[in-house]
Design a protein around this ligand. Structure first.
Ligand code: ZN
Ligand code: ZN
Length: 48
């Protein structure tokens, strides 16, 4: 399937949509990207 415009954040545990030019939804997830978290702490709506 072709890659869609909406990407999911690459941070394990995060269900946010990533920015178009990033694998992550936020700087938080970018720094925490390699660390799986049960509960994402990025603070985005839906991740609280
Ligand atoms: Zn998140
Ligand atoms: Zn994220």
């Amino acid at each position: 399937m072709a890659e869609e415009k909406k990407k999911t954040c690459a941070h394990l545990g995060c269900n946010c949509s990533a920015d178009e030019n990033s694998q992550y939804c936020s700087a938080y997830c970018e720094s925490a990207g390699a660390t799986p978290e049960v509960v994402c702490g990025c603070g985005c709506p839906g991740c609280a």
